[in-house]
Structures are given as C-alpha cells and as structure tokens.
Design a protein around this ligand. Structure first.
Ligand code: NDP
Length: 453
C-alpha cells in the first residue's frame, strides 16, 4: 500500500474513533483505490478520497415513544447523507439494537459505490435506529415509526433523500413511516421505496436483493461455463434477502440446505423446497417466530443454537458449492472462510452488507474462488428501488416482467463492470477491486465536475 493510502486510513481511524466497521469498509475501498491513484493524480490533488470518507451530513435525533404499558421509551435515530454527487441520497433504514453511528456510516459509505455501480442516478445514504422491533406489538412499532418520521421528514424528499428498508424495516414499517410523512407534509410523493403495491410500490422490489444476489452468482458461474443447476447452497439469515435468495436458487435448480436467525440455524439435508419456503415466509413475515420452529414442522432438519463460546459459525462448515451470506456484517470470519473452502464452496455471493471480515476476504481472494462482494452482489435491491423512483415520477407502474428484466440487465452490467475493471487495473477475477474501483470512478469524476463542494 502507498504511504498516502496508509496515512489516509490512519487519519480516518483517528478522526472517527470507536467505529470499527467504518474503518473496515474504508480500508477495503482505499486498498483497492491504491491501484487507481497513480494513474489519476487529479483525484489525490483534489482530495477526492479525503472528501468521500467524510459524510456530507449526519443527522442524529431523539425518538421518544410510549409502549403498550404507557411507559415512555427513548431511542436514538440517525440519517447519514454520505454523498450526493450522482443523485439524491439513497439507502435503507435499519432498526436493530446494534445500530450505532459507526455501523450506519459503514453502510452509507458502501452504498455510495454500490449505487454508482447500478448505473442509476442515486447518491448514497443510510439511516436507522437502535430500536428493536422484535417482541413489540404492531401498535408499538407504529408509534415508534411515527415518532421517527416526525423528525426525519424535514431532511428527506423525492429529490433530496429517499430512504428504504433494511434489517428490521420491512413492508409494515415502511407503511407506518410513509403514512406519517404524508400526514405531516400533506403530500403524496415517493419519499420512500419498498412501498406496498397499492400505494406506489414496485413489483419485484421485495424480491430484488435476493434475486439479484443469485443472478450475480449465476453470472460469476457463467465465466466458468457453469450454472446453479444441482448446486448445494448455504444461506444465512431468514429475512427478506434470505427468503428471495432461496426462491431464486430453487428457480435455477439449486438446493438450499441452511437458513438462520440470530438465535441459531437449521440444516435440512433434503433441501428447502417451495412448500418449506412458504412455511418460512409465514413464520417470519406473519407470525414473526424463530427459525427453530422449522424443525418442529420438518423433523428431519437439524437445529443448532448459536454458541457464543465458539470462534466460528458451524453454518459455514457443511459441504456445499455456493454460499449466500444474507444476515449481517462480519458473519464470516477467517476461520469460517477457511471452513467454506475446506468444504468445497467456490462461489460466495454476498446478499448482506460486508458479511465477510477482511481476513476472510483475503482467504477467498488468495484461493481464487468466485467471490462477489456485497456492494456488487446485493445491489439489485437498491437498483429496483431506483426503478420504483422512476415509476413514481412517471406515475405509471411497470409489469413484473419489465422490472425483473431490468434487474437482470443491471446485475449483468454490474458483473461486466467488475470483471472489466478488475482486468484493466491488473487484477483479473478480483471482484473486490472491480466493484470498488468501478463504483468509485463515476462518483469521483462527478465530484471533480462539480467543484470543491
Ligand atoms: P431482515 O430484517 O429481513 O432479516 C435479517 C435476518 O438476519 C434475520 O433472519 C435476522 O435474524 C438475521 N440477523 C440480523 N442481525 C443479525 C445478527 N447480528 N446476528 C445473526 N443474525 C442476524 O433484513 P434483510 O434481509 O433486509 O437484510 C439482511 C442483510 O442484507 C443486511 O446486511 C442488509 O444490510 C442487507 N441488504 C438488504 C437489502 C434489502 O433490500 N433488504 C439490500 C441490500 C443489502 P433475527 O430475526 O433473529 O434478528
């Protein structure tokens, strides 16, 4: 690494203490960009990197609400408006007790490059709260969402910042948030994506991230003249991304043998078929139950509870061909990465954001497996959010086929950008460099065009 890149990373760490995930995301991108800076000194001269690691704006606010017992609760809300060089800020809202400033800054930073890769005009942002929707009644979730939007509404707008869902924010939460915005502003406009179909949502938006991650895996396999047909796949998580990853793997003739939640995972050697997937969707989206219940319904499957004393996750130690980490950040460490390789996995397509630690990524790259990092592989979700914005502007909904075709074309184009960029910068087959550099160049050139702002 050059002295300049090293100093930049050190400065980010010193200026943003106690934000390890943000440091990790910045380090990975800056390492890739080292390959670019020599060829394009203008980026260094105009301090593009120094600017790109600094959010344009960070909004942090109090969210008071009353629970069903009449007790006042207080959570913290955030919106990180990271970069608007190529379009309005765009990125999800996460409601999870682990949410803090550093995690949202890492997610907003990743989002900048991801959105650029989609080819659509979207800047990068992310937001959320340390509120935990688990175990809350619908009324509590509604009151929380209304309080959250009572502050957020003044910072967003269809041409300013358009949030969407992420962990803990699905159709229910988007509905309550949208309702409160409309009430305060007296305006029906596309300020959120992931809306329900009846009031401005797009077909295929719920499916988009999971489908996209599978389309990306199929593109990677295609470089070796292979398909997903007959492949055994490990999937983590059991939320939005995991469910539609599983559905698309099934469409392509593959077999999914694992799913998880934050309490443990199930291993179903026979595979999760369409009937079992329908059960999971009902369990998770309607009854809001735990993945453990799967083994009560399908006793041939085995449930393993999380053991916090282990320094690896046994989910990644089953024989398989492909892995789709689709739960959360840093869920694959170096040991897990090695276990995946030792169990024959040679395709990793990341539905989650930064699910692999830097040591884990290094193992994948050293082994030369087909490794699709999140900012490329899971960009299908935000891409269809971009298409939802287009439909809202046009006030015309598109058909399922049209949106799905566009999603497939976008994932193909992201894959091509990664492959061509990696090759151009001397690291063929390295999708990490391909996606980081490919995403960066468009944003950096736009920042140069727009002057020192
Ligand atoms: P959901 O809330 O629908 O599902 C999240 C799943 O991951 C749940 O099964 C959850 O289990 C599990 N999970 C969450 N946190 C942890 C944790 N700390 N440890 C173990 N398991 C955990 O979220 P999504 O499916 O929408 O998001 C999953 C990932 O995909 C995230 O990294 C997100 O940033 C990324 N992503 C999502 C997009 C989207 O369109 N939704 C777009 C691009 C990326 P439990 O229920 O027990 O918490």
């Amino acid at each position: 690494m050059t002295e300049y890149a090293k100093n930049l990373i050190d400065e980010v760490k010193a200026k943003n203490p106690a934000e390890p995930e943000f440091h990790q995301a910045v380090s990975e991108v800056v390492e890739s960009l080292d390959l670019v800076l020599e060829q394009y000194p203008e980026y260094q001269h105009s301090k593009i990197l120094e600017r790109i690691v600094e959010p344009e704006r960070v909004i942090m606010f109090r969210i008071p609400w009353t629970d069903d017992q009449g007790i006042v609760q207080v959570n913290r809300g955030f919106r990180i408006e990271m970069n608007s060089a190529i379009g309005p800020y765009k990125g999800g809202l996460r409601f999870h007790p682990s949410v803090n400033l550093g995690i949202l800054k890492f997610l907003a930073f990743e989002q900048v490059f991801k959105n650029s890769l989609t080819t659509l005009p979207m800047g990068g942002g992310k937001g959320g709260s340390d509120f935990d929707p688990k175990g809350k009644s619908d009324n509590e979730v509604m009151r929380f969402c209304q309080s959250f939007m009572s502050e957020l509404y003044r910072h967003i707008g269809p041409n300013t910042d358009v949030p969407a869902g992420d962990i803990g924010v699905g159709a229910r939460e988007i509905g309550y948030l949208f309702g409160q915005y409309k009430r305060i502003r007296n305006e029906f406009t596309g300020i959120l994506t992931g809306k329900s179909l009846n009031w401005g949502g797009s077909l295929i938006r719920p499916e988009a991230t999971g489908y996209g991650a599978v389309y990306f895996a199929a593109e990677m396999l295609n470089t070796r003249n292979e398909t997903l047909e007959g492949k055994t796949c490990l999937v983590s998580g059991s939320g939005n991304v995991s469910q539609f990853t599983t559905e698309k793997v099934l469409h392509f003739g593959g077999k999914v043998v694992t799913l998880s939640d934050s309490s443990g995972y199930i291993y179903d050697e026979e595979g999760v078929n369409e009937e079992k997937l329908a059960y999971i969707m009902d369990l998770k989206n309607v009854r809001r139950g735990r993945i453990k219940e799967y083994t009560e319904k399908y006793p041939n499957a085995v449930y393993t509870q999380i053991d916090p004393s282990l320094d690896y996750n046994p989910l990644w130690s089953h024989k398989a061909d492909c892995a789709f980490p689709s739960a959360t950040q840093n869920e694959i460490n170096a040991k897990d990465a090695q276990n995946l390789i030792d169990n024959n996995v040679y395709v990793v397509s990341e539905g989650a954001n930064m699910p692999t630690t830097q040591d884990g990524v290094k193992i994948f790259l050293d082994k030369g497996i087909l490794y699709g990092p999140g900012k490329a592989a899971n960009a299908g979700g935000v891409a269809v959010s971009g298409l939802e914005m287009s439909q809202n502007s046009e006030r015309l909904p598109w058909t399922r086929e049209e949106v799905d075709n566009r999603l497939q074309l976008i994932m193909k184009s992201i894959h091509t950008t990664c492959v061509e960029t990696a090759e151009k910068f001397g690291t063929p087959g390295n999708y990490v460099n391909g996606s980081n550099i490919g995403g960066f160049l468009k944003v950096a050139d736009s920042m140069l065009d727009q002057g020192v702002v």
